[in-house]
Design a protein around this ligand. Structure first.
Ligand code: NAD
Length: 357
């Protein structure tokens, strides 16, 4: 029997395939934009310059200073460029850091947005913006930051290094895992979650060995899109809260932190979300959801210990305190002792604990 549910669809136009970058200029014209500013991180500037050339007279130029955590200071500089160049559209070419900058600009200027994701983080599908000001990270949810069009070009994902491909892909899987046990879960998003996990789980081990495998890259980007929709559509729980806390408190890398923590939070929640766990395990092709995620992280060669990402041992107690400060929904109540043990295992790189209710 289908349980009662509420489903809210988010507006989205998605263009997916190989070589879809060639459709960018037509898409800018379709949106009625006159001059688009291409955004990127410094390492992706050469690619951004190429995209600017592709846009011809519709390009206003390139702003290549996007960095992690969307600092407000960078956004303010970018907005000055938007105003100076009389830009009415941004093209965010890159991962979550660059897409975050496009969202922050859209929030303040109502610029049209086209996102061209080159990682699997999924920000392009969410109405969520995280920003950093004076060392404090704040998050807000508003439809004003949702891009008008998202162009997924599988060719652009081929250069994502194998290590980051694995962790970025497991970061995407984390959105789907939490969507399956979300308080506001619904059958449509759950279908997307299961399909997203399955696509990524079959693609990531192949990419780890053969980063140029086009078929696996297409599966991974497709899975990342589905998982991004999950993140944007339903509420996240302990896993996302904990990663946000750990990343902010100890300046840990985003995708890698998600990869280490996910099997442990899955084990923590397992006794309280058996249906979700069965679907996750099935999508992974594993007997057990948490163990399956642990094995997947090994197959992609990811680091498995927070201590190896730079978290100090003393941080375990602090992280446990932070994780229990503001109440939020999770299928299993947030128990400080058990959460502390979970963090300690993730810090040491131990396998996830199997818990029973
Ligand atoms: P990122 O955007 O910081 O990219 C990591 C590095 O990879 C950068 O140096 C980038 O230049 C490089 N890179 C990206 N694509 C590449 C490619 N195809 N080839 C070679 N190099 C490439 O990393 P991310 O994990 O995509 O994003 C993390 C950020 O996004 C965090 O700040 C996180 O909070 C945010 N995020 C936000 C949301 C949301 O919904 N608001 C969702 C997910 C992530």
């Amino acid at each position: 029997m289908v349980d009662a549910f509420t489903y809210t669809g988010l507006p989205a136009r998605v263009i997916f395939g190989f070589g879809t970058l060639s459709r960018l200029k037509a898409e800018v014209e379709r949106l009625g934009a006159q001059r688009a500013l291409v955004l990127s991180t410094p390492p992706q500037q050469p690619l951004a310059e190429g995209v600017s050339t592709l846009l011809g007279e519709r390009s206003a130029g390139v702003f290549a200073d996007a960095v992690m955590h969307t600092p407000v200071e960078v956004t303010e500089r970018a907005i000055q460029v938007v105003r100076d160049l009389q830009t009415d559209c941004t093209i965010a070419l890159g991962g979550g850091s660059t897409i975050g900058l496009g969202k922050a600009i859209a929030l303040r200027t109502d610029c049209l947005q086209i996102a061209i994701p080159t990682t699997y983080a999924g920000s392009e599908m969410t109405p969520i913006l995280g920003e950093m000001k004076d060392g404090v990270k704040t998050t807000q949810r508003t439809l004003r930051v949702l891009p008008e069009t998202v162009i997924y070009d599988v060719d652009l994902s081929l250069s994502l290094p194998p290590g980051l491909s694995g962790t970025s892909g497991i970061n995407a899987i984390a959105h789907a895992v939490e969507a399956l046990y979300a308080q506001d879960r619904n059958p449509i998003v759950s279908l997307m979650a299961e399909e997203g996990i399955a696509a990524l789980a079959r693609a990531l081990p192949i990419i780890a060995e053969h980063p140029g495998d086009r078929s696996a890259r297409a599966d991974a980007l497709y899975g990342a899109w589905l998982c991004g929709v999950c993140l944007g559509s339903v509420g996240m729980a302990l896993h996302h809260k904990l990663c946000h806390t750990l990343g902010g408190a100890f300046d840990l890398p985003h995708a890698q932190t998600h990869t280490v923590v996910l099997p442990h939070v899955t084990a923590y929640n397992a006794p309280y979300a058996p249906k979700a766990m069965a679907r996750i395990a099935k999508a992974l092709g594993a007997q057990d959801a948490a163990q399956g995620l642990h094995e997947l992280s090994a197959r992609v060669g990811a680091q498995r210990a927070l201590k190896d990402l730079g978290m100090p041992r003393e941080g375990i107690e602090r992280a446990a305190d932070l994780a229990v400060t503001n109440p939020y929904w999770n299928p299993r109540p947030i128990e400080r002792g058990a959460v502390r043990d979970l963090i300690a295992r993730a810090w040491a790189g131990d396998p996830p604990a199997t818990e029973t209710r």
